[in-house]
Design a protein around this ligand. Structure first.
Ligand SMILES: CC(C)(COP(=O)(O)OP(=O)(O)OC[C@H]1O[C@@H](n2cnc3c(N)ncnc32)[C@H](O)[C@@H]1OP(=O)(O)O)[C@@H](O)C(=O)NCCC(=O)NCCS
Length: 447
């Protein structure tokens, strides 16, 4: 038996596959609009991307693919000894350019349809044949004349034929949309793929709008793609020096607009990284940047609808004897004492502050960080917030009762104290059998 087929080698695979399960369930039946530039069509790795897309289709995701065709259009124009003209970042599509647009979009469609139809044995597409629906889904209008410049056949999306798109998706097809639109007068317009994708996502009420971008997209200090971006911060990126490349700027503009208009998940994923699309969709840390209207992760006061999430966090710790049980009925009346960290809709940490203002003392309780998110400074952040809240309430001391986490608090300025240090009311409720240690922090010291 080779190493690759031994039972031991299978274990990481099984673990990995199980980790994907929640995402597989969450994505089934959802609608994703995925857009990529014409560069993808020229890339020898296009079949790998199409195989990943086919996998998504196989997992029951309703897919709309929107492709660009700029390099192909530019190549055709170059063959004719001319090139696309841009004014103010917008391309001008004259008659010759439009002929190239039609030609390039037609070839791209045939190529993508061929790849999606491929069912070769010994390939990831073995036995798979994906129906593709393409058509006049986009009604467009001309951009017209701006500042005296006639943009000719360059257009804007006017509306999307949602019924036709939905019917195609309901029939199990992948909908393929070129960057082309038609006017009721029978004209053809050259559109930006990002604009088509944004409009299609909005029209369908898509669950995700995904831009497969060239390069790394929006990067953080470590030069890796930033994991999240607030739609409100997009404008600053667009006006930064140097400005982002035009196609990334189009994706950012369209993405932020889609967010403001109600698409909850907009992703920018580096197309050039093999498997990045799957990594973004099926792993916790992803591979790209999520643009959203609300912060992806936020430490905030708890609300009543956080209680189920708080219970999920506390329950295993209560069962392990780390925390004192607090059933749901007890949590409801005290929910305003809690702070939580919400990450992508899930409560991943919580803590509560109970106060005795007349004695200048408070209790820190129910401190918990979800096991998957520990040891990355979230506990410190939570503690800092709870201390700040205590200071705001003019408390001078904060205590905690702990059985297994004494050192964590000691390393953060808490000192062991006698049970007598507790407010009398709290002392009366002290469970001697549990024998928790009392740790107190003097809040008058520097935070
Ligand atoms: C204690 C807890 C809140 C810390 O959260 P966190 O996000 O991991 O905290 P931070 O990232 O800020 O700190 C991590 C450090 O604390 C250490 N730590 C974690 N649990 C500890 C414990 N029980 N005792 C001592 N140190 C501990 C980690 O080893 C790590 O140290 P390192 O960076 O030197 O390796 C989290 O571990 C937790 O939820 N534990 C279970 C619940 C609990 O014990 N709550 C307190 C009840 S009184």
């Amino acid at each position: 038996m080779s190493a690759a087929t031994s039972p031991l080698a299978a274990v990481p695979f099984v673990h990995w596959f199980r980790q994907c399960t929640p995402y597989i369930h969450a994505h089934r039946g959802r609608t994703f609009v995925i857009t990529f530039g014409g560069e993808a069509l020229d890339d020898p790795r296009l079949p790998a991307l199409v195989h990943d897309i086919a996998l998504l289709h196989g997992l029951g995701i309703r897919l709309v693919l929107v492709h660009g065709a700029r390099p192909q259009i530019e190549r055709r124009l170059a063959d004719r000894g001319t090139r696309l003209r841009y004014v103010g970042g917008l391309r001008i599509t004259d008659d010759l350019a439009l002929a190239c647009v039609k030609d390039a979009a037609g070839s791209a469609r045939v190529e993508l349809e061929a790849l999606l139809s491929m069912g070769l044995a010994n390939s990831p597409m073995a036995g798979v044949r994906i129906p593709v629906a393409s058509g006049n889904f986009v009604t467009a209008r001309p951009i017209g004349v701006l500042d005296g410049v006639d943009y000719m056949h360059t257009g804007k999306v006017r509306r999307i034929d949602r019924d036709a798109l939905t019917a195609a998706l309901n029939a199990g097809a992948v909908a393929l949309m070129p960057p082309i639109g038609y006017s009721p007068t029978g004209e053809v317009f050259n559109l930006a793929a990002a604009d088509v994708a944004r409009a299609a996502a909005l029209s369908l009420g898509a669950d995700k709008l995904i831009f497969l971008v060239e390069g790394d997209g929006i990067t953080g200090a470590d030069a890796e793609p930033a994991s999240s971006l607030l739609a409100a911060d997009v404008e600053a990126l667009l006006t930064a020096e140097p400005p982002p490349p035009e196609e990334l700027a189009q994706a950012l503009r369209a993405g932020a607009d889609a967010c403001h208009s109600g698409i909850r998940r907009v992703h920018l994923i580096p197309r050039g990284r093999d498997g990045a699309l799957l990594q973004e969709l099926f792993t916790r840390d992803g591979a790209g940047t999520l643009i959203s209207d609300r912060p992806f992760e936020e430490l905030r006061p708890a609300r009543i609808d956080d209680i189920p999430g708080i219970r999920v966090l506390l329950e295993p710790l209560e069962q392990a004897g780390v925390l004192v049980p607090r059933p749901r009925e007890d949590l409801e009346p005290m929910i305003d004492r809690f702070s939580v960290t919400e990450r992508d809709g899930t409560v991943i940490s919580c803590a509560a502050l109970f106060t005795w203002p007349d004695q200048g003392i408070g209790e820190l309780a129910c401190v918990a960080v979800h096991p998957d998110y520990r040891a990355r400074g979230r506990g410190d952040k939570l503690l800092a917030r709870m201390e700040a809240l205590a200071r705001e309430r003019s408390l001078t001391r904060l205590f905690v009762l702990t059985t297994q986490t004494a050192h964590w608090f000691r390393e953060r300025g808490f000192e062991q104290a006698a049970v007598d240090a507790l407010p009398p009311e709290r002392r009366a409720a002290y469970n001697a059998e549990r024998n928790s240690k009392v740790y107190v922090k003097d809040l008058r010291q520097d935070p």
